[in-house]
Design a protein around this ligand. Sequence first.
Ligand SMILES: C[S@@+](CC[C@H](N)C(=O)[O-])C[C@H]1O[C@@H](n2cnc3c(N)ncnc32)[C@H](O)[C@@H]1O
Length: 291
Amino acid sequence: MPKSRKRKVPITSTGSTYDASSKPESGRTVIRRFHVLLKLQAQLQKAIVYDPSKKAELVNVENELEELGGLKNYQRMSAIGQGTDRGGGSEKMLIRWLKDKELHKTEKKLRLLEVGALKPDNYASCSSWIEGTPMDLNSRHPSIIEQDFLLLDQEQNREKWDIISLSLVLNFVPEPPDRGRMLCLAYDFLVGGGHLFVALPLPCLSNSRYLNFDLFIELMGFLGFTELQRHWREGGKMIYILFIKKNGAAPPRKKLNPVPEKFTKKTVLRQGNRNNFSITVCTPCDNIKTL
Ligand SMILES: C[S@@+](CC[C@H](N)C(=O)[O-])C[C@H]1O[C@@H](n2cnc3c(N)ncnc32)[C@H](O)[C@@H]1O
């Protein structure tokens, strides 16, 4: 079971000192800056172990994160982006795909772990066939479990979930190896034949220096996932992909040692004005107990 579970009151106002309007542009600016700062924070936290002079830089980054209103304000901006006035949340896509596969007709309710849940009731309309468990680093509602997915108990969660949703979560995780670890854990936590739903900002795959569609799908195959559905459009903002955990034989990641370099190291695939999004896996996915 999750390690910590705090009682929360639902958030009705931000409580943030940051005076951002809820216009899409200002929201996106905060979100982008937040991601940059999170990444810097993670890098500096590692660097000060060897170079204590970086402490001042870290303090500056943390101060700026606070000025932006911290995780709470980031979540508020993301929740606005998820609002129906801008096309609604990605859960709609997942629900549609599951229904297309007639999974709403299964006898037992599907246990869905929604990582990075801003709202407690995204799957309320499917309560007759989905048993949703919303979880977030910072819970905005008593029904959302406050928990870092990366710190979930591995034994207790092994093959526990039918569906895991990582909607706009991988791109939030600051370090590429932690993104890889998140995917490895998702594999271990799913039942055989379980589904993993990934939503990412499209540029993570369409305009990254280090990652493209093909390499991402290859990496997912290495981890044990097969792609079932994909939705994105030219000029769009998001990509949605549904994967299934292959049943039966152990995936290549549990057999191949060393892990092929293309999955462990960032390699430049495209030159020019690109972003640096990447996902790497460690050898052999450190901190993950193999079956
Ligand atoms: C951009 S919001 C995504 C919200 C929503 N899922 C959506 O699609 O709009 C990212 C959320 O993921 C949460 N998150 C990031 N890393 C996490 C982790 N390791 N465990 C749990 N939640 C995490 C953040 O706290 C944040 O609320």
